[in-house]
Each structure stands twice: as structure tokens, then as C-alpha cells.
Design a protein around this ligand. Sequence first.
Ligand SMILES: Nc1ncnc2c1ncn2[C@@H]1O[C@H](COP(=O)(O)OP(=O)(O)OP(=O)(O)O)[C@@H](O)[C@H]1O
Length: 676
Amino acid sequence: MLESNAGTIDQARFNLPHSRTLASPTITDHSPCKMPLHRLFFLSPPSQPPLLTPFVHLRPQQKGKPKFLHINSPSKPPLKPLNSIKIPVNLQTSQTPLFKALETLTKIKPFLQTNHQPILLGWLCSSASVFSLSQIIPRVGSFSSNLINTVSISKLREQCLLLGVLVLVKLVACYWQQAFLWEASLRTVYKMRVFVFQKVLERELDFFEGCNGVSSGDIAYRITAEASDIADTVFALLNTIVPNTLQLFAMAMQMLVINPSLSLITAMVIPFMAFVIANLGERLLKISKISHLSIATLASYLNEVLPAILFVKANNGELTERARFERLAYTDFSRHLAKKKMKALIPQIIQIIYFGVLCMLCVGSLVVSRGSFDGCSMVSFVTSLVFLVEPIQGVGKAYNELKKGEPAIERLLDLTKMKSKVIEKPDAIDLSHVKGEVKFCDVSFKYADNMPLVLDGLNFTVRAGETVALVGPSGGGKTTLVKLLLRLYEPSSGSILVDNNNIQNIRLESLRRHVSLVSQDTMLFSGTVAENIGYRDRMTNIDVEKVELAARIANADEFIRTLPEGYRSQIGPRGSLLSGGQKQRLAIARAVYQNSSILVLDEATSALDGKSELLVREAVERLMENHTVLVIAHRLETILTADRIFLLENGKLEELARSTFVARHRDSLLSAGAVI
Ligand SMILES: Nc1ncnc2c1ncn2[C@@H]1O[C@H](COP(=O)(O)OP(=O)(O)OP(=O)(O)O)[C@@H](O)[C@H]1O
């Protein structure tokens, strides 16, 4: 990292997209910059060698935050060149550790604020605990001297009882302090998780499947394990802000009252301790960041491989996968070991300082007191010191927890940062009923600026109640067209109309209620048969009669009744307890239940056995009745039953007469894997 100038923004940081390389980049143009921006450095993607010319100077005087930097690459780059690139800039302020800690706290503040009640109660209990401690300490001193001076038994008993009560109050208050503060911390994380997951669900499809997308395993890891780390951090902070400060203050007062000169000697050690803790904390932060990444990679890997276990086994991939896993697991092991070692080292260093201070005090007390420091005061002073060091250790621990939790907080909230490109207009309309006319007006689309057009000026209309077959070679853009109709992506140009309403003016929920998708990969969830068919009403009230009717139409009722608990039978993760044909019929039943006016069927390419095939075909035909249907067809039978046929090839759409279809496209359909 670069050295920083406190109080200025001196670093602009961003990730270069994969497969991009710049040689000797210089900035030729940039939007105005609010604060001095002295240096720009590049983080190369993990797959690429470290980058390039890391320093670029920017003029410091302008106002406003830069949103984009135009970077030119003047010299001939050794790798595939990219001569000009426009990159969104994520400015990082030059921060001291304290500033960074405060910034992290600000990020979680909105979630903390909703839990003010347990926080306040926890802090109230901590005040009671510190108060009783401050009452205990002088009494311990006088109790010990009374023991030596043999005062009356009854007085001793009285003192002993009072001490016992105070200790009990401290213990109870301490318990409730921790219980309330844990409640606040865990609730904070619960709220963060819910918020982040809601934001993740709102993201457009590109976020999940684009070239810069986040893998589902990584998202899962951030929301589960890393969020748990945040709970530890929040607790450590809450426990430090008030309880440790109160205790520190109370003990310091006690010591000052007992012996001011010795207290001053002790105070001199505190900045040194703080310095050591801060430095070690910074190191821990760096190690934590790396270890978070390695475990996230491991989780992503498992998330990818385990659902594909059938493929792995069928292809004898166990050895390869074992080796891949071993490599990732080893990286994670070594990074976590480094983190744990650092975590183990920090308390030891604090202990060394701690004992150093105690020794110094013993010597100091002899030198400073010169006999005026009685035993009672000595006991009280040392006890105060022990309880003074405890919160200092607490501050150190909290700081380390914060350093450990900072990357987790950053990575979790990163998921919520970017705005979705698919935005619902505030005045978007709700369509209560849809006849089912779909119109594509000059629609073009590409997945990214640097990618070729997948759809190129598409114009076609599907009349209400009509069945249209969409055919074409693999990769021709059929699924992409459907994604645009469901507004999972925005067209690069042109518009899509449903019943003459531009879909950009329709509420997303409303649009997707009227357009049902039955995809090739039957998406079923763990849960009961009824829950899967009535998925649309899962959060409200699933209509059992409607579920059974849908299942009968989809030829699924018969097999469902043979299951151990009928409609209440569990179907396993992703419907793993069902056969391929059963899964397809269940997905069709779900579409029947949804009863949308527009149906999009992505016909499954995998062949079923004769009887199953017939049952699915019948189900599909019944489903298509009285609907506008756009079917991505792979089988000749389906294509020929459609009212019209469209061929989508090289981004262009062409309507074909049914009579000429087979003759003209028999070969290309066969080569595309169509069953003819
Ligand atoms: N998320 C994505 N990001 C970038 N490119 C993509 C993405 N999804 C698909 N593509 C590309 O867009 C093109 C069209 O893909 P699409 O899935 O629409 O084809 P298709 O006609 O449905 O193919 P198939 O019949 O094999 O399912 C392909 O070249 C594909 O590589």
C-alpha cells in the first residue's frame, strides 16, 4: 500500500476487469475531484500478474467527486492492449486506524440503532457492575488490614457480608451486561443479514452470472460465516465503548486517590500499550482480509462442485476434485494459521507489558512511598491496577476484533453497494389483467460494452392467445430474449411491450406475475410437493384445491398420490427425490397454478422415456391452452404445433412458414441437437 497523507484522499482504488491489461497507463481526463487525489494504484485480478505502472498523479484542486477516470495506454502493451478504458472509481480516504474504525462503526450504525434498548440496558448493568467494583476495592484493602490487626469477629463478619453482597451484585450485573450486549450484537447481525439478502435478491441477473458477478458460494459465505464474525466484533465494541471506559475511569480515580505519583508512573505505560495494540491490530487486519478471501473461495468451490456430484462421479472426477479441494484447503489452512498465530501473539505481548508494569510498580512503590504507603493502600492500589489493566486489555481485544471484523463488514455490505441496472420507476403501473400480446420493437442487446450483440434489432409480435415457436442454433440468443421479456436485463436499445405497455413502465412484480417461465432446468426447492406447486402463494396461503387441480392438469396427480405423504411429501433438495419426468410435471403444475396469461416454455433437451415423455407432452399441451405461449422449441413436434415459427440466428430473427421449415432447417436443427 502507499503511504498516506492524513486528511486527504490520496488513493483511488478499483479492480480492473478480468482479461484487461493496461501498459503504462496515464490519466488524460477525469471528472472534478473534491479533495487532493495524489495517487492511483491498480489491483490486478487474481488471475493476472501484478500490475503495471502503479502511480498516476492527478491534479488536486478541483471540486466534486470523480465518478469515472479515462485511462489511456500510450505504449504498446505486451499483452492484448486496451487503449482506453472508463472505470468507475472507488475512492478511499487516507485513514488513520482510528478513522477507519469509526468509519466501520458508521457503516453498521443504522443496524445498531434499531437495537438501542438492549444496548442501553447492557450499559446500565455495566454501570452497576463498575459501581460495585469501585465499592469492593477500598473494602478489600481495609478488610485485609483488619484481618492482620485482628479486629472483632462481628465487625469482620459484617465487612465480609457486605463484600459478599457487592461481589454478588457485580457478578449478576456483569452477567446481564453480557447477555444484553450479545442480544444487541446478534440482533444487529440478524438485521444486517436480512437487509443484505433482500438487496442481493433485488440485484439484476448480471450480478450473479456476469463476468464480474459474485459466485453464489461467496455470497453464501459472506451472509453466513462472515456475518457471524461481525457479531463478535459488534459485541467487543459495545462491551468496550461504555463498560471498559467506565471501569478504566473508575479504577484510574481509585489509584489517583490512593497514590497520585504511582498512578502517573502507571499512566505513562498506557500510550505504549495502545501503540503496540494498534500496530498489531493493523497486521491482524491484513491477515484477516486474506483469510476471508481464501475461505470464501473454498465455499464457492464446494457450492459449485457438490451440486454437480453426479457429473463428477460419472466422469471419474473424484481425484481431480480432491486435488483441487486439497489445494484450496491448504491455502485456507496456511492463511488461517497465520491469523490464529497473530491472534495468539497479541495477548502474550499484552501480558508481557502487563507483568512489566506490575514489576515496575512494586519497585516504584518501594521507592516512591518510602514507608508512607501502608499495606491497606497497597492492596487497594494493586487491586485497582489489576482491574485497570482488564479494560485496557478489553480495548485491545475490541480493536483486534474490529480489525478482524472490518473486512467481513466491508464484504457483506459490498453486496448492497451497486445499484441494480433494472430499476422500477416510481410511477410504474400494476396490470391487473393481461390479454397477452407481446411486441419486440427494434430490440438489440449485448451483455457488456465490450461484447458482441446477442440480439440485433429484433422486431416481432406475438398476438394474444398465439403459440410461437422460437428455434435456432445453440447460443443464438433464445434464452437471452426470454430474460429481456422478464426484465432480468434491460435491452441495449429498443423496447418490449406487453398489451402495448412498455415493460419498463410496469411494476416488476406485476410483469412477472403475468409472465410465467418453465425453464429447461426445473427449479424445485426443498419442501413439500404442495409448497413447490403453490410457490407463488408460499408466503400467504396455498390453495390446496388449486394445487390438486394444477397437478391433475400437469399429469402429476397420479404419482404424487403414490408418495408416502401425498402432497405433503418432502421432495428433497432441488427435488432430488423425484425422477426427471416427475420434476418436469411438477414444474408444469406450478405454471398452471400461477395461471399467467403469457407462458414462456424453454423445452427440455434431455429425452425422457416414452411414457414419461407422453405424460409431459400432454401436460405441456394442456398448459398451453388459452395462453400466449413463447416456446423455445427443440423438438420437431413442438415446432410444428406452433401457430408461427421464428428462427433466431446470429442475433437476427426471421419468420418461417411451417411448410418450408423442415426442408430448410433440418440440417441446422439436427446440428443444434434438436430431436427431429
Ligand atoms: N450472463 C452472460 N454473460 C455474457 N454472455 C452471455 C451470458 N449469458 C449468455 N451469454 C452469451 O449470449 C449468447 C446467447 O446465449 P443464450 O443462452 O441466449 O443462447 P440460447 O439460444 O438460449 O442457447 P441454447 O439453445 O444453447 O440454450 C451466447 O453466446 C452466450 O455465450
